[in-house]
Design a protein around this ligand. Structure first.
Ligand SMILES: Nc1ncnc2c1ncn2[C@@H]1O[C@H](COP(=O)(O)OP(=O)(O)OP(=O)(O)O)[C@@H](O)[C@H]1O
Ligand SMILES: [Mg+2]
Length: 300
């Protein structure tokens, strides 16, 4: 039998403290504004609508997560925000200015390891500022500060193949931050890491976010990750990718791993689950059966 879960938290029924927290968040300046965003892809089988009428805002220093079923348009959304893909309709504003193409004001971290394998950690981190025409010892000094911030000072002269997956992603974060972006855009950055490293990276990221004046938009498949990290969670639904709900996470900060058993954490997860998998509510998955044991064997 399924364990009974607390009722879904509706942000309109949040406690006065939580309501107060989110009304203060919404008084901050808007960093990213997405208005009526649409994206269609022509395919041999006809047009695919990946995104339709997506509207939301991200406030200064907010940590927003985006979650939704596979294929609902999460990567398409972040690629448009990064300027790597053009929208079919609507617009994206960064600090009030329309986004047209990639720029150093947006830092990207992807799931796949994207460091340049022929450059050292320090050279990877210095790459962006050098492309911007900066040079000299100040760039090197700044790169060292970013590497220090992600705790990899001892590895500044190592090459990516000498690092673990978690360390590579820490370098990728340092490299993205080295351009001093207005917003960090992260597409499942910890998706390829084992569970323990992933939990460690989530804590690192929250520390970095707290220490810096940075706004983060973070895509994930993982419900626990979203609730652990986010101020608000944008839930997308598929076919076409539309905003289903924006959830205000009531779990207090600073976050700790042991909060994952608190009622508000479980209730928030439950609410996302209801939105993402409405048809599986209360149903057990049944799989086709093929007997590989002899009848009478003492197995369940
Ligand atoms: N370049 C493309 N050409 C045609 N269709 C595309 C292209 N890129 C994405 N799509 C389609 O757009 C939809 C959204 O894809 P997208 O990769 O954004 O989903 P996602 O939410 O990131 O999925 P996942 O969780 O599996 O990473 C899918 O139906 C996908 O097939
Ligand atoms: Mg994706």
């Amino acid at each position: 039998m399924k364990p009974s879960l607390p009722d879904a938290i509706d942000y309109r029924e949040q406690s006065p403290e939580v309501q107060e927290r989110f009304s203060r968040l919404k008084e901050r300046p808007v960093v990213l504004s997405v208005e009526g965003l649409g994206k269609t892809f022509p395919t041999p089988g006809g047009e695919v609508t990946a995104l339709k009428g997506v509207d939301f805002e991200v406030f200064r220093r907010e940590f927003m997560c985006v979650i939704g079923p596979s294929g609902c348009g999460k990567s398409t959304l972040i690629r448009i925000l990064a300027g790597l893909e053009t929208e079919s309709g609507g617009q994206v504003l960064l600090d009030g200015n329309p986004v047209a193409g990639p720029g150093p004001d947006r830092g990207m971290v992807f799931q796949s390891y994207t460091l340049f394998p022929w450059l050292t950690v320090k050279q990877n981190v210095m790459f962006g500022p050098k492309m911007e025409g900066k040079s000299g010892s100040s760039v090197e000094g700044e790169a060292r500060q970013w590497i220090d911030l992600v705790g990899l000072s001892q590895f500044e002269n190592s090459y990516p193949h000498q690092l673990s997956g978690g360390m590579k992603q820490r370098v990728a974060i340092a490299r993205a931050l080295a351009n001093r972006p207005r917003i960090l855009l992260m597409d499942e950055p910890f998706g390829a890491l084992d569970a323990q490293t992933r939990a460690q990276m989530q804590s690192y990221l929250l520390q970095i976010w707290r220490n810096l004046d940075i706004t983060i938009l973070f895509i994930t498949h993982d419900l626990d990750e979203a609730v652990f990290l986010a101020d608000r969670i944008l839930v997308l639904k598929a076919n076409p990718g539309e905003v289903d709900e924006i959830i205000e996470v009531p779990v207090p900060r600073p976050r700790r791993l042991d909060q994952s058993i608190e009622p508000e954490f479980i209730a928030t997860k439950h609410r996302i689950n209801q939105l993402i998998h409405p048809e599986s509510e209360g149903k057990e998955d049944t799989l086709p059966f093929a007997r590989m044991t002899v009848e009478g064997d003492d197995v369940e």
